[in-house]
Design a protein around this ligand. Structure first.
Ligand SMILES: Nc1ncnc2c1ncn2[C@@H]1O[C@H](COP(=O)(O)OP(=O)(O)O)[C@@H](O)[C@H]1O
Ligand SMILES: [Mg+2]
Length: 249
């Protein structure tokens, strides 16, 4: 089943004299349980596409359906609710609230929704264990390393059990070893929780964790490559690097 389906997306930014064509006819869909990476050079439209898929921005042309909802048909409040119900976001800069503990940051999306937290206690503990932060749950962001903060951000994105996790350069602000930990966690959330994921990255290693890599160039889908379980990590990585070289991305 398709969780998100975007058809013929166009996005322009008017900057006075010049118009930036950020997306020029992009078709993109993701099946439930799939982990997709979007790669492409800086300025190729990756973040624009991710924001439109998540209803944070609107296209000039084209349609997005998210969990069977046509986003263009939703009014502001309905769109906000649809987003909260279906989307978890992870950003490059962890965006945690500095005055809250790790645990409170993770619970924040539920609190914003006015949910009763009690039924989520077990799920919170499952997520804290998965991201390895059981003994850091009462730490504030400034008492955590960058990698730990991103693990909190990942757990926060998963607490609502979103239909889809959207991640924009989740390893972009981490060293490679810490980035690997985040990617392994994202892979596990796909394999063990069935989490559907779309991740933007310019890191070939990060892309090699995905089931499918979509390459954007100049606001268009240039090509894509799918992997299956039999592909070893090093084979995937070699393939991604070759694609980048061939495509001069
Ligand atoms: N808010 C904006 N206003 C004007 N131009 C923008 C805005 N956001 C993105 N762009 C432009 O659209 C193009 C695609 O941007 P973006 O999606 O951020 O690319 P990427 O994430 O692949 O680096 C770039 O040329 C960028 O400068
Ligand atoms: Mg970007």
């Amino acid at each position: 089943m398709k969780i998100v389906e975007a058809i013929a997306l166009e996005k322009k930014y008017d900057m006075g004299d010049i118009t930036v064509n950020a997306l020029q006819g992009v078709d993109f869909s993701v099946n439930g349980g799939e982990f997709v990476a979007i790669m492409g050079p800086s300025g190729s439209g990756k973040s624009t596409l991710l924001h439109i898929l998540g209803g944070l921005d609107t296209p000039n042309q084209g349609t997005v359906s998210l969990a069977q909802n046509n986003l263009a048909k939703l009014q502001d409040q309905a769109l906000t609710l649809c987003r909260r119900k279906n989307i978890g976001f992870v950003f490059q800069f962890f965006n945690l609230l500095p005055t809250l503990t790790a645990e409170e940051n993770i619970l924040l999306p539920l609190m914003i929704d006015g949910k009763d937290l009690r039924p989520y206690r077990e799920w919170l503990d499952t997520l804290l264990a998965m991201v390895g932060l059981i003994d850091r749950r009462y730490h504030r962001p400034d008492q955590l390393s960058g990698g730990e903060q991103q693990r909190v951000a990942l757990a926060r994105a998963l607490i609502t059990k979103p239909s889809i996790l959207l991640a924009d350069e989740p390893t972009g602000n981490l060293d490679s070893k810490t980035g690997t930990v985040i990617m392994e966690l994202m892979r596990r959330s796909c394999d063990e929780l069935g989490q559907t994921i779309v991740m933007v990255t310019h890191d070939s290693r990060a892309s090699a964790y995905a089931d499918r890599v979509v390459f954007l160039k100049d606001g268009k889908v240039h090509s894509e490559k799918s992997f299956d379980r039999s592909n070893e990590f090093t084979d995937r990585l070699r393939t991604v690097i070759q694609m980048i070289e061939v495509l001069e991305l």
